[in-house]
Ligand binder design. Structure first.
Ligand code: GDP
Length: 304
């Protein structure tokens, strides 16, 4: 079993108390106050003095219980200490001590790989970006790296079914994966996508987390729910990145925040601990810096 899976398994099997009404100090999340929790890919391991002091705290307070069941509380943060100020806006993500340098200074396309064993072997941490065709994946990658042409590489004919590695700041990778749910793809192409991409998820040791992109301007789609559930079942750490959150539907349909809530409701049965999620827009820049900060804390902890 991969190290990250072993750690995740330990985390998932820990006892999770039932939710309670939120205390006033964490009121920002009221619209998502159902039983959703966080998913960490690793547990804090090297804080003996913190662990000792926690052992004397009992029972868990209402505030800590709420934080643990609704928020993504990263390693190094005591749920008792969570306040509004350390939760990233438009997300359930608590900012912890591992967050650090997050801005992207340089990015270079490294290679396209047709098989997992052809991917770069330098042990740098990586984040895979995955989503339905047209979800806004290219736009998000370009917004993150602030370049127009980067993600276009993977849209070129012949590269759409490949794993594309982009090296950021010479230290970590953004991995552009094939989009799923192509309307025009044949059944055969879809099957190929499945085994190919699933192989990547299950075997890539340096995968820190999957960023699963979900279009917040439309109601939850079965194909996205299936994908989220498959990743969850296989203990692949993930963050839900909701795209197109600038698209307000006043007259018809639901607003992005309502679609996001519906999506969370539909998947929560499948998670003991709910993954981190964040709202973004490539048009307004919403969530960009926050997402980069989140990636920095996952990466820095992974690097330990
Ligand atoms: P991909 O197929 O997942 O790479 O999706 P693209 O990045 O090519 O985007 C698909 C369509 O959605 C394009 O028309 C984009 O202009 C549009 N789009 C992408 N991101 C956003 C967003 O944040 N807000 C809005 N309003 N439109 C977006």
């Amino acid at each position: 079993m991969l190290l990250r899976n072993r750690l995740l398994f330990r985390n998932l099997t820990s006892f999770l108390p039932s939710p309670s009404p939120p205390p006033k100090s964490v009121s920002f999340i009221l619209s998502f106050n159902k039983r959703i929790a966080h998913s960490t890919h690793k547990l804090p391991e090297s804080k003996p003095q913190v662990a000792a002091s926690r052992a004397t705290k009992q029972p868990m307070s209402e505030r800590a219980r709420f934080a643990k069941t609704v928020l993504f509380v990263p390693p190094g943060v005591d749920p008792e200490d969570v306040t509004d100020e350390i939760v990233l806006p438009g997300s359930n993500i608590v900012l912890g001590p591992y967050a650090g340098h997050s801005q992207i200074k340089e990015v270079e396309f490294v290679k396209s790989s047709g098989r997992v064993k052809d991917c770069p072997k330098d042990n740098r941490p990586e984040f895979a970006i995955l989503g339905r065709s047209n979800v806004g994946k290219s736009s998000l990658i370009n917004a993150l790296v602030r370049k127009k042409e980067v993600a276009l590489t993977s849209k070129k004919p012949g590269k759409t079914q490949l794993i594309n590695h982009f090296l950021v700041n010479k230290s970590w990778y953004i991995v552009d994966l094939p989009g799923y749910g192509f309307a025009k793809a044949s059944d055969t192409a879809r099957t190929d996508w499945s085994s190919f991409t699933k192989g990547y998820f299950l075997n890539r040791e340096t995968l820190v987390a999957v960023l699963l992109l979900i279009d917040a301007s439309v109601p939850p789609q079965k194909i996205d729910l299936d994908c989220a559930n498959w990743l969850g079942r296989n203990n692949i750490p993930m963050t839900f990145v909701f795209t197109k959150c600038d698209k307000m539907k006043a007259s018809k349909g639901k607003r992005p925040d309502e679609n996001i809530r519906d999506f969370q409701e539909l998947i929560r049965e499948n998670y003991k601990q709910h993954p981190p999620w964040i709202m973004t827009s490539s048009v307004t820049g919403l969530g960009r810096d926050e997402l980069l900060l989140h990636l920095s804390q996952l990466r820095n902890y992974w690097d330990q």
